[in-house]
Ligand binder design. Structure first.
Ligand code: ADP
Ligand code: GN1
Ligand code: MG
Length: 354
């Protein structure tokens, strides 16, 4: 595919420095289409935003603008939105929506944790990010995906997809269906806690996987939290749990060989130590006690979302082959099972961090 030919007219609508030399697909995100733009002066990132997932791009980009301006005012390194030539936050081209960010140089994203230190740094950075957001006025934010981490609601979506079974795939994933059906009644603790006030509502990132943070290429210290599309009111348990889901695994999210997939409790400890150190002043006792459960919950939730998408015909997450979502679901349920077996041990670890 000739990306320059296809995307140069789009890129030309933005206020870039220099002559465009190259445009290539970039990164491993499951939602937006990301491209690296190289000019003779600097590099940028172009994203074709996913309008199937985000129904109101205008509100989404306003959220990002508010949050990034707020972070910049606190001298925190963050995404910088490059405006279009007519000074807009994004470009609408027919049915398609595009945005451009400065490429943050000298950084790397990891698809898998390669050392405890990196995961400790990630925990510390997401904890600090939580602290910055604590000062942010939640009333200006629009919920970009309502009920994003409402796990019981996600369970209903799964049931619906199972009933419809559009591609007749249910027969190929009976074990996975049973796994989540058997846990139906333990998926509500965070939603219920937010409702009855025992868990505080905060402004949270909601998509805290390892490749949504840029690490300094030389020092491996965290430089910037990215992928700010889902910053919304939520629970810090969502952010903690989702990081553990992705990072405390011995294998990739889509590893087909399940014998390689395990929950690594020493990575859990490294992340928890970085995170709890950063949020020590603000985390409540109840939140602390629920950190182990949140890892189990978010891993069940994500596995269930992959399963739902598999049953619905792969319309949400980007996939590279027909069973991709099922393979991802299997890794998540394997991890969730091992987390479930280790909840007491995880609790001992976090209670030491009080
Ligand atoms: P998605 O929503 O599809 O996950 P992301 O916004 O997370 O898209 O971007 C995908 C990948 O692109 C990230 O995981 C990261 O590797 C890279 N990336 C995104 N923004 C930047 C940036 N401003 N500078 C450098 N790399 C970036
Ligand atoms: C998606 O956008 P990305 O790839 O960083 C998804 C997350 C899932 C994750 C699973 C908006 O994250 O919720 O946990 O895939 N983002 C959205 O890898 O749905
Ligand atoms: Mg991402």
């Amino acid at each position: 595919m000739d990306y320059i030919k296809d995307y140069k007219p789009i890129v030309d609508e933005f206020s870039l420095m220099g002559e465009v030399l190259d445009i290539q697909p970039y990164g491993e995100g499951h939602i937006n289409q990301t491209f690296l733009i190289t000019t003779d002066k600097k590099r940028y990132l172009l994203q074709k935003m996913n309008t199937n997932v985000f129904s109101n791009i205008d509100n989404l980009m306003k959220n990002i603008s508010y949050v990034t301006e707020f972070l910049k005012s606190q001298k925190v390194e963050t995404l910088n939105v490059v405006l279009t030539k007519d000074k807009k936050l994004y470009l609408k081209n027919g049915e398609d929506y595009f945005r451009v960010y400065d490429f943050i140089e000298g950084t790397v994203t990891y698809q898998k944790v390669t050392s405890k230190k990196i995961f400790y740094n990630t925990g510390k950075a997401f904890g600090e990010f939580q602290n910055y957001l604590a000062e942010f006025d939640a009333s200006v934010l629009v919920e970009t995906i309502p009920n994003f981490h409402n796990t019981p609601k996600r369970y209903l979506d799964f049931e619906k997809a199972l009933q419809e079974d559009l591609l007749n795939r249910a027969k190929t994933c009976k074990e996975e269906i049973d796994f989540i059906v058997n846990r139906k009644n333990v998926l509500g603790k965070v939603v219920e806690g937010l409702k009855d006030g025992s868990i505080p509502l905060r402004v949270t990132h909601n998509d805290t996987k390892l490749n949504n943070i840029l690490m300094d290429a030389e020092t491996n210290e965290a430089r910037a939290v990215i992928d700010l599309d889902t910053i919304m009111p939520g629970s810090l348990l969502y952010d903690f749990g989702d990081s553990i889901r992705f990072g405390a695994s011995t294998a990739a999210e889509d590893e087909p060989d399940l014998s390689k997939v395990h929950f690594d409790i020493s990575l859990f400890e490294a992340y928890a130590s970085g995170y709890c150190g950063a949020v020590r002043e603000s985390i409540t006792k109840r939140e602390l006690e629920l950190l182990p459960y949140s890892a189990f919950l978010l891993t069940c939730e994500c596995g269930m979302r992959f399963l739902t998408d598999y049953l619905s015909g792969d319309t949400y997450f980007a996939t590279k082959y027909p069973e991709h979502n099922l393979v991802r679901c299997r890794t998540q349920f394997r991890l969730a099972l091992e987390m479930e077996q280790n909840l007491d041990h995880m609790l001992d670890i976090v209670l030491k961090m009080e």
